[in-house]
Design a protein around this ligand. Structure first.
Ligand code: AMP
Length: 111
């Protein structure tokens, strides 16, 4: 997607602080962290919303979550973290490429 900032990051056209990459996902530091540690897990396949998932995309998102769980210690999230996927306008989604926020590194308290 030519105007998608996360597609540009995935292609390497925009720099990012990458902490993990494989053939179907990338994990980067969020440029404007909302917690001591704030990562974004980006599926490389472009789609915006959970409701756009077919079985293939759903499997990618599942593998993203599985990979995050395996990387908890490497990411400094072993004491717990918050997983957020903002959806649409009311959800506060500003980048229309599905991404998984990972927040941690400190007690986050209640919502
Ligand atoms: P959302 O509001 O759920 O769409 O989240 C988008 C997130 O992308 C925000 O937390 C932004 O800080 C983050 N963001 C935007 N541009 C970049 C970038 N170039 N590199 C890293 N994170 C970014």
């Amino acid at each position: 997607m030519e105007n998608c900032i996360f597609c540009k990051i995935i292609k390497g056209d925009i720099p990012s602080k990458k902490v993990y990459e494989d053939e179907e996902m990338m994990i980067i530091h969020d440029v404007a962290p909302k917690a001591k540690l704030h990562y974004l897990c980006l599926p490389k396949t472009h789609f915006a919303l959970l409701k756009e998932m077919d079985d293939t995309k759903a499997a990618i998102v599942a593998r993203c979550l599985q990979k995050v769980s395996k990387l908890e210690k490497d990411l400094g999230l072993e004491d717990g973290y918050r997983v957020i996927i903002n959806q649409g306008e009311n959800g506060g989604q500003t980048v229309h490429h599905l991404h998984i926020h990972l927040l941690g590194g400190e007690p986050l308290g209640d919502f």
